[in-house]
Ligand binder design. Structure first.
Ligand code: PLP
Length: 430
């Protein structure tokens, strides 16, 4: 691991040095640091990460020795993993591993081409049919990642005559998709159906609209106000896309996601999902009406101009879906573990924001304090994900934690003990 500050005084000195760096300045330099015609000029001033590493506070791109379950290993140290999206704990499930293995044997490592041309197998189609059956939709369409799913779906639908209306806290892939799309993008206040209504009223009647929300918000762990948003969309006769990346396998009957959670099955016109979380693989999908997916599959550039999901990944996702269908108790287990962690943290006095799901952000403070807390937790055997400016407001850093169905009660109790000890040490708890 990067060199750590040895003593309390070292730590304060390191923090002061690190705090002297301007994160705002860094961001400005992304645009302004260029001189002359050299596009690389800006990188000369990019010292923040190097300095954070020097004081042992650089949290990103840390190579793990092993990361395949509720407990992991990093730099030889055993840790409880609270930084993974492996919600159902299926990445080591024998059926999932065997299915990936068999597909690898049968199809080789890659199809080396796009779905449109040589990159579709019967496995892709079977996976699509099973997802559609699971979600009760007409059809589903598999992409190579969830990120690419949003890029392709949104940009193929939102044309020059359209407006994409997004929740301010939507995932980055939705924002990137809107940049790629030809139409305009408008934002409404986070989870505020009344503000959505206000925005929709302002849009010219001759424009088509797509409202896009996350079902579960990836940073806050809160659930979309789907009943309120559906009511507004229906009143304005506009279509709704729900990105259920963090909801499928976690919320609703048997893990069927946000609409199912509210008893509103079929309320979303399109549901986007990913295989990189509950489905223990990589890849993404959109589910909805066959006619709309027929359009998307012929106009989504991220599908047409990129290689298809490798068969081993498709097979792993399909096996994970079968396990989810056969073992719905895993959904309750991940919810229970989330509740145990969230209640424990709240009882101690930590601020867990609006979290209602196994995604639990813990507010720490400024960027340096968040880095030090993250590092101390790691040294105590708990892996978390630090989220700092610009992903959150300046000075409002959080440690994002998330639970798995396979965490034991002892895992969660251990984590709570470490949070309590460090919370007191860092003055966040009495
Ligand atoms: C809400 C949401 N949508 C889409 C994605 C992209 O998924 P993938 O990892 O499959 O690219 C993520 C990933 O973090 C996400 O949180």
């Amino acid at each position: 691991m990067a060199k750590q500050a040895e003593s309390e005084t070292d730590q304060q000195t390191a923090a002061a040095a690190f705090a002297g760096l301007s994160i705002e300045g860094l961001l400005r330099d992304r645009y302004d640091g260029e001189d002359g015609r050299d596009i690389f000029a800006k990188v000369k001033g990019f010292k923040l990460t190097e300095q954070a590493r020097a004081v042992g506070l650089y949290p990103f791109f840390q190579p793990l020795d092993r990361n395949d379950g509720p407990e992991a290993q990093i730099y030889g140290r055993h840790v409880v993993m609270l930084g993974s999206n492996n919600y159902l704990g299926l990445t080591r499930h024998p059926r999932v591993v065997q299915a990936a293995h068999d597909a690898l044997e049968e199809h080789g490592t890659s199809l080396t081409g796009s779905r449109l041309l040589n990159g579709t197998t019967h496995l892709h189609e079977k996976l699509e049919n099973r997802i559609a059956e699971f979600l009760g939709t007409d059809a589903a369409l598999v992409f190579t990642t969830g990120y690419q799913t949003n890029l392709g779906v949104i940009s193929s639908l939102v044309n020059r005559r359209s407006v994409a209306v997004v929740d301010k806290a939507d995932h980055a892939s939705i924002y990137d998709a809107c940049q790629l799309a030809e139409g305009e993008m408008l934002r409404f206040r986070h989870n505020d159906a009344r503000h959505l209504d206000t925005i929709l009223r302002r849009i010219d009647k001759d424009k088509t609209c797509l409202v896009i929300i996350d079902g579960v918000f990836s940073m806050g762990g809160d659930i979309a106000d789907l009943p309120g948003i559906v009511e507004v969309c229906q009143r304005h006769q506009v279509r709704l896309l729900v990105d259920d990346a963090h909801a499928i396998g976690v919320l609703g009957v048997g893990g069927r996601g946000t609409a199912s959670h509210f008893g509103l099955d079929g309320a979303a016109d399109l549901t986007v999902g990913t295989f990189s979380k509950s489905f223990a693989s990589v890849g993404g999908f959109v589910a909805g009406s066959r006619a709309v997916l027929e359009w998307i599959k012929h106009f989504a550039r991220s599908m047409i101009f990129s290689a298809s999901l490798p068969p081993a990944s498709a097979a792993a996702a399909l096996a994970a879906l079968e396990v989810l269908i056969e073992e719905p108790e895993r959904v309750e287990a991940v919810q229970r573990k989330g509740e145990m962690l969230r209640n424990g943290l709240q009882e101690m006095g930590f601020d867990t924001g609006e979290s209602q799901t196994p995604i639990i952000p813990v507010t720490i403070g400024d960027e340096v304090a968040t880095g030090i807390f993250w590092r101390d937790l790691l040294e105590c055997g708990v892996y978390t994900n630090p989220v700092i400016f610009p992903a959150v407001a300046m000075g409002k850093g959080v440690l994002r934690t998330s639970c798995m169905a396979t965490h034991t009660d002892e895992n969660i109790e251990f984590v709570l003990e470490q949070f309590q000890t460090l919370g007191r040490k860092h003055g966040l708890l009495p």
